[in-house]
Design a protein around this ligand. Structure first.
Ligand code: ADP
Ligand code: ADP
Length: 221
């Protein structure tokens, strides 16, 4: 899907977190959201996913104002990720898939596809607490993409991964992009930005200070 924000403003008690932020994310591309801690990236993502309401400004999906049902068409992997530690991995993933609107049958089918794809079938009956941080992150990744949303948003998705798993997940992102998914990637990992992103927005002190095609920006700066 094609996503835009128009002049989004968000004020917390005494802090202007977003000051007229407009981004434009073309369909079937990877869009990098860059900037220092505290810049406003997570706030912008939370507004796009409708977790937080903006004070003013619009989120436009396919050129029309975003509505409640759109959340089922967005997959969001937040930076602070939580799985229920005592649940089995398969049960947890099934639960999350059903929360995202899938039937039990659909969820099970897609889970099998993804667990095979990541070669983690043997994790299915293990408890979440037995998995390393990186392993849990893979389960979170699957839970984010399993319901086949058109817009995927990843906040620091590589932070718990070793280089091998980082590459595996990067390749999955590129495959999803080739399928036509639109991806927003918030990260400090510049290598992944170079490898994955078509366009970027640099946010600093609540404002977009630079936006455009990665190669053009690199040529011009
Ligand atoms: P990030 O890791 O993206 O910088 P933060 O650590 O700023 O995120 O925020 C983590 C969580 O705490 C978010 O859910 C955010 O909304 C909330 N939060 C951050 N700063 C404040 C604050 N000053 N008051 C209340 N909640 C906050
Ligand atoms: P980033 O993701 O770029 O690190 P955030 O969007 O998490 O930035 O935060 C932007 C600013 O807004 C930070 O100064 C943060 O402390 C503040 N902030 C975030 N969430 C809240 C909140 N719920 N209440 C108050 N301040 C917040």
């Amino acid at each position: 899907m094609y996503l835009e924000t128009h002049d989004v403003v968000k004020q917390y008690a005494n802090h202007l977190a977003l000051n007229k932020v407009s981004i434009s994310v073309p369909k079937g591309t990877v869009f990098g959201l860059l900037g220092p801690n505290g810049a406003g990236k997570t706030t912008l993502i939370r507004i796009i996913t409708r977790i937080t309401a903006p004070d003013s400004g619009d989120v436009m999906i396919e050129g029309r104002q975003s509505v409640g049902n759109d959340i089922y068409n967005i997959g969001y992997m937040p930076e602070e990720r939580g799985l229920y530690k005592k649940m089995k991995v398969g049960e947890q993933a099934m639960y999350l898939a059903q929360l995202r609107g899938m039937s039990k049958k659909q969820a099970h089918h897609e889970l099998m596809v993804w667990f095979k794809r990541f070669d983690i079938m043997d994790w299915y009956n293990r408890k979440v607490e037995e998995l390393s941080k990186g392993m849990q992150q893979k389960v979170q990744f699957i839970s984010t993409v399993i319901h086949d949303p058109d817009l995927l948003i990843f906040d620091e998705p590589f932070s718990g991964f070793d280089p091998v798993n980082t590459d595996i997940v990067k390749n999955e992102m590129l495959r999803l992009k080739d399928e036509g998914k639109t991806i927003i990637l918030s990260t400090h990992n510049m290598e992944s930005v170079e490898e994955l992103c078509d366009n970027i927005a640099l946010i600093n002190k609540s404002q977009v200070v630079l936006q455009g095609n990665v190669f053009k920006i690199r040529k011009d700066h």
